[in-house]
Design a binder for this molecule. Structure first.
Ligand code: PLP
Length: 372
């Protein structure tokens, strides 16, 4: 197997998704399984489909196309607004997209007519987080216009919180979305199939005992199903596994080195002030000699992963990172050159690793670990 690599435990993903699908079925909340942190992995998509997700979510058209080429036929929701330059591809491969610009919806409609298809649209509403979405006061007029665009089906409305500004989904903003949905249905005599309340940050809101979800009937879940974590609290979610993804890196140097850097200290490779002069001897580290310690270099860098998002194996401390290297202190038994070290990942580390050409991807279902 190549290193560095991401190892994916597909059973753990299916298990997480199944727990959430079942938990939310009681609230009549459909789960859209978002694959974007895996760069549209068809294996992960199939693991989610096996768990009974209502649809798949992707943010990038090239990832959607990857899924389609691999034969994934499930309904796919594009969770980022289509770019004007890609509407043709979006209509070809995606069933429904999240939208906030009427101009884009019109172009999607023209393309849909050219391709003799219909394209579904979920209109995104800005409810405080200040990323995508139209102001609530503009929703009615936009719905009126969208209903007149040939080739377009208005599938629903939605919102996205907790991404740009960290606004937490709660009874107030979810109530606002519900009220908008009811008002649109009453005023236009339509039925909105999807009222999409948000992403994994909605877990706390949806988990309050006796919660009234109102008209909200859909969540788009990536981090929760893949990593088992609630991004608002940063905690593992009850009943979910957090170890579906592991990054494996290989030791390329393992030596006793001084604790302090030597020479005049300027900036480091990534422009931060060097800390070599102030990284003083830590009394809790077993000394390899006076002011020395066992230092390990792993062939895993910023090109491969977000080093800040790694969970180190026990017995190691992070000393530094560069494009291609991870420098660790070995507190216990020092690893040999060629040995592999295994790291846990957060969303950011996973996203970068799955998008990096230098990182291999291997899947495990049961115990075997076939490559992509
Ligand atoms: C990324 C994304 C999601 C999924 O977010 P998670 O935090 O991974 O659950 C849902 N909706 C939109 C619009 C997104 O961009």
């Amino acid at each position: 197997m190549r290193t560095p690599r991401v190892e994916i435990d597909l059973d753990a993903i299916t298990q997480n998704a199944r727990v959430l699908v079942e938990r939310f079925a009681a609230l009549r909340l459909a789960v859209c399984g978002v694959t974007k942190a895996t760069a549209g992995s068809p294996e992960v998509a199939r693991a989610l489909i096996a768990a009974g997700v209502a649809s798949l979510g992707e943010s990038r058209i090239e990832n959607v196309e990857r899924l389609r080429r691999a034969g994934v036929a499930a309904s796919i929701l594009l969770v980022r607004s289509p770019m004007v330059s890609e509407v043709e591809r979006v209509v070809r491969s995606v069933d429904v997209s999240l939208n906030s610009e009427l101009e884009v919806v019109r172009l999607l409609g023209e393309s849909a007519r050219r391709q003799r298809r219909t394209h579904g649209v979920v209109l995104m509403v800005e409810l405080g987080d200040l990323r995508e979405g139209m102001m609530p006061s503009d929703v009615h007029e936009t719905v009126r216009q969208v209903l007149d665009v040939p080739g377009i089906t208005l599938v629903g409305i939605g919102t996205n919180l907790a991404c740009r500004s960290g606004v937490v989904p709660d009874a107030s903003n979810m109530g606002e979305l519900s009220a908008l949905a009811s008002a649109i249905e009453a005023d236009f005599g339509v039925v909105l199939d999807i009222v999409s309340g948000g992403n994994s940050a909605n877990l706390s809101w949806a988990s309050v005992p006796g919660v009234d979800v109102g008209r909200v009937n859909h969540l788009r879940l990536g981090e929760a199903v893949l990593l088992g974590r609630d991004p608002v609290r940063g905690d593992p979610v009850n009943g979910l596994g957090t170890r579906a993804f592991t990054i494996v890196g290989e030791v390329i140097e393992s030596k006793i080195k001084p604790v302090r850097a030597r020479g005049t200290i300027g900036r480091t490779a990534f422009g931060r002030p060097g800390d070599g002069s102030v990284d003083a001897w830590r009394p809790w580290e077993p000394l390899a000699g006076p002011n020395a310690r066992h230092q390990v270099v792993v062939a895993l860098g910023r090109q491969d992963v977000d080093p800040d998002g790694l969970t180190l194996p026990d017995g190691f401390r992070l000393l530094g990172t560069s494009s291609d290297h991870l420098v660790l202190a070995a507190l216990g038994r020092p690893p040999a050159v060629g040995e592999e070290l295994r790291f846990g990942v957060d969303y950011s580390a996973l996203l970068r690793a799955m998008g990096s050409r230098s990182v291999g991807v291997y899947h495990r279902a049961g115990t075997a670990l076939p490559p992509t």
